[in-house]
Design a protein around this ligand. Structure first.
Ligand code: N01
Length: 532
């Protein structure tokens, strides 16, 4: 079918939280927008990540939209941290409540998109159609391109195998099974305790030990819910102006200036509260190696306290990156799970997995037999979801070629040479360093206003200027260099994907600062964009 369809002002790729809100925003502003989504339903990350124990590590009362007062008041969350099924129910509720599905094509993969200089429109190619629109907006997420290592023999395994990010919709029953888990990032750390509760035997293959903080999850009391909801507007406004979009008690004094006993008492308190804000306690933790080491030591001591076997405890203690510079994990009973008789840990740092075999996998000369292998091996983060689509801008320039040495964007929203393309939570924006919902809402609202500005002023084309993009890229790198983040071989740096350029991809200047910057640019007539 070749459907050159002139009806759409905008095509949106992805029906997760970003795509759904983008659709609603454009519709409300009188634009004709359509969403293409490869899943069978809305939800994005929370549609795909159905692995046991999947849960968000942002509190439920803040991991939800703030754009509708009615919506945020009516939806009742049940736990401090929402489980995947609950978030997916919420996403479906939003789709129903705002009648979004009528403008979403499900089970539709966007393969390619090309900008046509003559018509000034994008042609988007799905599996079986071509559609055109003035604007193309990507809402593809930052962690949606799964990464499965290219182990020799992959595909020969006779048992069941699953990637956490492509988990089946049917329940996977581990009862009586021998399970191998590859990876010890956030996904594995959530899944391992739940799988261990069911399976006959779990063997975890660890390349890099990770710091994890207890979630201290609990049911939300009606009182707690009422308290937040009665003050929602203020709390949300405050969160939008923070570093991460997450409200946290941040101390003024540096960790290195606090007496040891006081430091320990404070971290004991934070450990008791739980969650990702643990590393936000002191302002120098993510900037000063000495301060960082204090928090890292604290967590290593906790691991040694929790894990009975000293050799296993030592193996679980991270030593190769500053705490917080790989995404901090949040868990329920992760370290304690290694005290179970049916769980063992294999260090694959020095001797990596050499092959997947029909019966399991091989490390060095040792064969392991499994019924199930779980690949908790992460994602080609941030650029992967965009580069996997063949996006061609003005003059046929390919986005993945332009980004061969690392992503180049203006504000993480646009890229020179790609007119009328906008990337929600793209590389160069705070995105993964923040509460994604806060960043999504800000980007969607900015793009919506921008398109309105173009329409109201008779412009049909918006393109980031190369010099503005360069200056922004330099700024993104400069603020990252002031922190300890670039010291870790993390997915923020592209280090988990062989051959990927080592560039710190998100913007670490803070969501509040970034929001103000985007606001000023818009108020100044969209400085750094060529509008014609
Ligand atoms: O992926 P990861 P993830 N051989 O990249 C290992 C978000 N998230 O899906 O560290 C052996 O963190 C790899 O080892 P190493 C969150 O932002 C949030 O767990 O590269 N091992 C690592 O241990 C998170 O950060 C939530 O040395 C290999 C693991 O696989 C992001 O998603 C929950 C390997 C991958 O860990 C990604 O998390 C889940 C190889 N060849 C996810 N290749 C919450 O909200 C990779 N590994 C709680």
């Amino acid at each position: 079918m070749n459907e050159h369809d002139p009806r759409y002002d905008a095509i949106i790729i992805g029906a997760g939280f970003a795509g759904m809100y983008m659709l609603k925003t454009l519709r409300d502003k009188g634009f004709r927008a359509h969403v293409y989504e490869r899943g069978t339903d809305v939800g994005g990350t929370w549609y795909w990540n159905r692995y046991p124990g999947a849960r968000c590590d942002i509190e439920s009362l803040y991991y939800c939209y703030s754009f509708s007062e009615e919506l945020q008041q009516e939806w009742q969350w049940t736990e401090r941290y929402p489980s995947q099924p609950e978030i997916l129910r919420y996403a479906r509720h939003v789709a129903d409540r705002f009648d979004l599905r009528r403008d979403i094509s499900f089970e539709t993969n966007v393969r390619a998109a090309a900008f046509d200089e003559q018509t000034g429109r994008w042609t988007v190619r799905t599996d079986d159609a071509e559609i055109t629109a003035r604007f193309l907006i990507t809402a593809v997420g930052c962690l949606s391109a799964t990464q499965t290592p290219d182990f020799p023999g992959i595909g020969t395994f006779r048992g069941e195998s699953y990637h956490t990010g492509r988990w089946p919709h049917e329940e996977v029953d581990f009862t009586g099974k021998r399970v191998g888990v590859i990876g010890t990032g956030s996904s594995a750390i959530q899944a391992i305790p739940v799988i261990a509760g069911q399976a006959a035997q779990v063997t975890v293959f660890q390349r890099t030990a990770q710091f994890s903080i207890p979630a201290q999850n609990h049911p939300l009391s009606p009182d707690e819910q009422r308290r937040v909801k009665s003050d929602y507007a203020r709390l949300r406004a405050e969160a939008r102006m923070t570093q991460t979009g997450i409200l946290a008690e941040r101390l003024q004094r540096n960790a290195t200036e606090v007496p040891a006993a006081e430091f320990k008492a404070e971290l004991d308190r934070r450990w008791g509260i739980g969650g990702t804000t643990f590393t936000s306690t002191y302002p120098d933790t993510l900037r000063d190696p000495a301060a960082n080491e204090l928090s890292a030591d604290y967590v290593r001591d906790k691991i040694r306290e929790i894990v009975d076997d000293p050799a296993t405890a030592e193996l679980l203690c991270p030593h190769d990156h500053p705490i917080g510079t790989k995404r901090i994990c949040v868990d329920t009973d992760y370290y304690a799970t290694y005290n179970r008789d049916n769980v063992s840990l294999v260090d694959i740092r020095r001797t990596p997995i050499s092959a997947i075999t029909p019966g399991g996998l091989r490390v060095g000369g040792r064969d392991f037999e499994f019924d199930v292998i779980v690949f908790a091996t992460g994602y080609d983060a941030m650029t992967g979801p965009l580069n996997r689509i063949d996006i061609r801008g003005a003059g046929g320039l390919r986005l993945r070629e332009k980004w061969a040495e690392g992503p180049r964007t203006y504000l993480g929203l646009a890229s020179a040479g790609f007119p009328n393309l906008f990337t929600i939570t793209g590389p160069g924006s705070p995105s993964v360093l923040s509460n994604m919902i806060v960043s999504i809402e800000q980007h969607v609202e900015w793009i919506g206003e921008h398109l309105e500005h173009l329409r109201d002023n008779g412009f049909t084309r918006s393109e980031a200027a190369a010099d503005a993009e360069r200056t922004w890229g330099e700024h993104v790198n400069a603020v990252a260099a002031e922190t300890l983040y670039p010291r870790a071989a993390s997915w923020y740096m592209g280090a988990n994907v062989p051959g990927k350029p080592r560039v710190f991809m998100p913007y670490i200047g803070g969501v509040g600062t970034y929001r103000e910057h985007c606001r000023e640019i818009a108020d100044g007539g969209y400085r750094g964009f060529h509008l014609t």
